[in-house]
Design a protein around this ligand. Structure first.
Ligand code: MSP
Length: 510
């Protein structure tokens, strides 16, 4: 099996400030990228900014700047976001970069060559906010305006010369693809949604615009700019130096292992993207995972709805790992999830402060005061000690499967159950009570607890990298040793090793 893993998160529209939905999408991708790395894969993780199209042109006009200057400024806030969220991305692509532009024009040429492009006129509805075309059946009237019933965004009537992509021709090949590869679109509910949409009949797709100029020019006709979604989706290829198919990155990482996306952009990724690729004779990605939305109350959190919870403020007040953990734990696999300050505080208290933080604190303080700050030397392991240690290797196949299914919720649930087990083991065995009577037994219990803590910290690393590194550093485990191979080794901690300084991990909220 290939040990290369190419994972992408959608490139952000730099039309406003980052919100919790962006943070969620990116953190979810980062967790999977980090897990794959510690599980021995060579990972390439891509993010970036999607800078063309009418939406950006209008945002720039509103700011009284040229589109490129506007993008330079806002793209930077999203690049900064990747550091603020501690994303481990290997690349950050901007669709205004030359490497991207020439790749998009190349794929356009391929589509022309395959006979999939023709010139005609587009007459229909368009949503600038979604950068999407909608059919008559997909729009509705409200307060004398027209809205898409799919996204709720306002639409406008557009009539202009346009090149079309023969999407209709790809209806059956797409259905064959979904049928052959049942895991191409996950979760199942999204797969069904896409299949029903494709079965209902695909119309040819307008892939160029003439009423504005902010975009990549159609090579043979510079009155047209290429439709922003054809432009944007191609970033997954151009970041690997497509069209140079001999490039090491391209050879190592295409086809992509996983495109992580929000469900609002499923149609573009699961229908248009594979159709473009099939037409251009390029392999399709292996999987598209459509996660749910972060809701504010019952509505999707979005700039246009004005109900944004600012991730930067939450990080300032509560900490980054706290936010990362909360989003991964609370938003259930593939579904929507509501976020609130109350549930954030509850989650930090229950899982991080009272459970993980408290276990570390109890063990490290006791060892500091009673074991010369050293990892205790174990003696004979009793069945209850061995049972606890064995439980970690037993769950590994399940944990791996959860990650392979993008099911971070259950991955975390299983990991947190281990934390409860270790806390219970410590409570049941009371190492502190043995201080004066049986130090050999006390040391064995402490060693077993620390070794369990090491394993749990490795499992938590993809989700809360800083805090996990902090604990592992106290145990004198170096960054290179944070991996699943070492996780699987029992009694990896070396007795007599001096513990390093421990910093309090999580604050409690009342
Ligand atoms: N530019 C496009 C993606 C092009 S990919 C070739 C885009 N950008 S976006 O900035 O609007 O969204 C970036 C990511 O954030 C998408 O995965 C989107 O689904 C996600 N989210 C935006 N709002 C969201 C929520 N309220 N909740 C969860 N994720 C949502 O789409």
């Amino acid at each position: 099996m290939s040990k290369n893993f190419y994972i992408t998160t959608p490139i952000y529209y730099p039309s406003g400030s980052p919100h919790m939905g962006h943070a969620y999408s990116s953190i979810l991708t980062d967790v999977m990228a980090r897990y794959k790395r510690i599980d021995g894969y060579k990972v390439h993780f891509l993010t970036g900014t999607d800078e063309h199209g009418l939406k950006i042109q209008k945002a720039a006009e509103k700011n009284k700047t040229l589109p490129k200057e506007f993008c330079d400024k806002i793209s930077k806030t999203f690049r900064d976001l990747t550091s603020i969220l501690n994303l481990s991305n290997d690349d950050f692509i901007r669709t205004t970069e030359n490497r991207h532009i020439k790749g998009v024009q190349n794929i356009w040429d391929e589509l022309v060559k395959s006979g999939d492009i023709y010139l005609s006129k587009y007459k229909g509805w368009y949503s600038v906010s979604d950068e999407a075309y909608y059919s008559e059946e997909e729009v509705t009237n409200k307060d004398k305006k027209k809205y898409s019933i799919i996204s709720g965004s306002e639409v406008e009537w557009v009539e202009e010369d346009s090149y079309f992509f023969k999407l209709s021709k790809w209806q059956q090949p797409l259905l064959d693809l979904y049928n052959k590869n049942k895991n191409f679109i996950l979760p199942e509910s999204r797969r069904n949604e896409v299949i029903n949409f494709v079965k209902s009949g695909l119309k040819d797709l307008s892939v160029s615009r003439t009423s504005f100029s902010w975009g990549i020019k159609v090579p043979e006709n510079d009155k047209h700019v290429i439709y922003v979604w054809l432009d944007a989706l191609t970033n997954y290829l151009t970041a690997l130096n497509y069209p140079n198919k001999q490039d090491v990155l391209y050879k190592d990482f295409w086809p992509a292992s996983l495109h992580v996306i929000g469900k609002d952009i499923l149609r573009f990724h699961a229908v248009y993207w594979p159709a473009f690729l099939l037409a251009a004779k390029i392999e399709v990605p292996k999987r598209i995972f459509g996660h749910g939305w972060i809701l504010a109350g019952k509505e999707k959190m979005s700039k246009s709805k004005g109900n944004i919870l600012n991730p930067l403020e939450i990080i300032k007040s509560y900490g980054l790992d706290e936010l990362r953990y909360y989003l991964m734990k609370e938003v259930s696999h593939g579904n929507d999830g509501s976020v609130s300050i109350e549930s954030l505080e509850k989650c930090i208290n229950a899982d991080l402060a009272n459970n993980y933080g408290n276990l570390c604190q109890r063990l490290f303080v006791f060892i500091k005061n009673n074991c010369e700050e050293k990892i205790p030397q174990y003696d004979i392991f009793k069945p209850e000690d061995q049972k606890l240690l064995d439980s970690f290797s037993k769950i590994l196949p399940e944990l791996r499967k959860f990650m392979d299914d993008q099911d971070i919720n259950n991955y975390l649930k299983m990991t947190v159950e281990r934390l409860f087990d270790v806390n219970k083991y410590v409570n049941d065995n009371q190492p502190w009570a043995l201080k004066k009577t049986d130090t050999k037994r006390m040391n064995t219990i402490l060693y077993t607890s620390l070794e369990s803590l090491r394993k749990i910290s490795i499992l938590l690393f993809p989700v809360i990298p800083k805090s996990s590194e902090n604990v592992l550093n106290t145990l004198a485990i170096s960054k290179n040793d944070i991996n699943i191979k070492n996780y699987s080794i029992d009694k990896h901690l070396k007795p007599s090793t001096k513990l390093k300084e421990f910093k309090i991990l999580f604050k409690k909220y009342s």
